[in-house]
Design a protein around this ligand. Structure first.
Ligand code: COA
Length: 339
């Protein structure tokens, strides 16, 4: 980076989850399963889902409101909106555009979504860092929101046990004290194994031409076993490398805030870093996998519950469809979540 790279400050974090709870016991009404089977393999007991007309846009709006309030930055000073969404209600208008309108953010402010599935928050943070660092935008609203429950195949017991709905948001800004809250960050991808998690759109060819062999269902199709193997073989060593790049040792970092996909995957990272349970933030038991929202939900809720003390550092890491993965070592300043 050049000498005039502008450092980034994480100013505020927020989250929101829908009220409706679906427990493992409830899922027994859909297929042959048990709380014991699900909990021992995933660490999940329940998840939240949208109902009726509620969508990821509503969840994202509430999470963004909390992040803006915590940041102390007026919504009228936001100059870029990035949505991290992989299961929004519409491909377009995007989550970011709909939120721009809902907040009354003026038209000269760009708003766009990126699709990096469960790594979306880390991808958005890296993009925001580039924009802020180069002086292109100053105050960026990042919103990660998905209504996974609407693209879940509720007859597939291997996949539908995992996902839940939720939203997380971050307001990031040009640092006014010269301190960079990003100590290291990296994002990666391997499209050659992209078939491990797919959502294929229900698209059909023009009726005047030959039809495609298959039409997508619009639902998540996942090879759970291979995703699991990918995650435990790739992510722990990758997180370690990201920590090395930060110039800190893993023991010096206060918390691991990982994507909440599976408790056993979280533990594989925890074991690699030799972290005690107190250093690892896990709320998968109550929310399942909320895609890109899972890191900011775990962060903001972790502060509210006293599991995270601010004025500290954390390593964030995400992985998911694409396949994509990413990690960041960040400073968690006082006040980013107000109690
Ligand atoms: N309840 C009861 N039995 C179930 C079940 C359920 N909900 N889901 C699957 N089973 C059965 C299978 O039918 C299979 O039975 P069989 O041996 O008679 O064929 C058996 O349990 C084992 O299934 P398998 O899919 O091999 O289980 P698994 O141990 O790999 O666990 C996951 C499945 C999905 C929990 C696990 O692979 C996983 O968590 N993977 C990671 C997925 C992930 O994190 N994705 C998101 C990444 S961002």
């Amino acid at each position: 980076m050049g000498n005039d790279f502008i450092p980034l400050k994480i100013a505020g974090v927020g989250y929101y989850v829908p009220e409706t709870v679906i427990t493992n016991e409830d899922l027994k009404k859909l297929y042959d399963t048990s709380d014991e089977w699900i909990y021992t393999r995933t660490g999940i007991k329940e998840r939240r889902v949208v109902s009726g007309n509620e969508t990821a846009i509503d969840l994202g709006y509430n999470a963004a409101k909390m992040a803006l309030k915590n940041s102390g930055i007026d919504v009228k000073d936001i100059d870029c909106v990035i949505g991290a969404a992989s299961a929004p209600p519409q491909i377009y208008p995007t989550l970011a555009c709909l939120l721009q309108a809902k907040f009354g953010i003026p038209n000269h402010v760009p708003a766009f979504d990126l699709t990096a599935a469960c790594t979306g928050l880390i991808y958005a943070l890296q993009i925001a860092r580039g924009f802020i660092g180069a002086g292109i935008y100053k105050n960026i609203l990042i919103v990660a929101a998905d209504n996974n429950s609407k693209i879940t195949d509720w007859t597939d017991r291997g996949t539908s046990i995992l996902f839940g709905d939720g939203a997380g948001a971050m307001v990031v800004t040009a640092s006014d004290d010269g301190i960079d809250d990003i100590l290291s960050i990296d994002i990666s991808a391997d499209g050659s194994i992209g078939q491990l998690i797919q959502t294929n759109m229900p698209q059909e060819c023009c009726p005047l031409v030959k039809a495609a062999d298959e039409v997508g269902t619009g639902k998540i199709i996942m090879n759970g076993k291979d995703v699991y193997k990918f995650a435990v073989s790739t992510v722990p060593s990758y997180v370690e490398k990201c920590i090395e790049k930060s110039g800190m040792t893993s023991q010096e970092i206060d918390y691991l805030i990982p994507h909440q996909a599976n408790q056993r995957i979280i533990e594989s990272i925890q074991n690699r870093l030799k972290y005690s349970d107190e250093k690892v933030i896990s709320n998968i038991k109550y929310y399942g996998n909320t895609s890109a929202a899972s890191i900011p939900i775990a962060l903001a809720e972790g502060v509210e519950q006293g599991k995270i003390k601010l004025g500290s550092t954390a390593v964030l890491c995400g992985f998911g469809a694409g396949m994509t993965w990413g990690a960041a070592v960040v400073r968690l300043r006082e006040g980013i979540v107000k109690l």
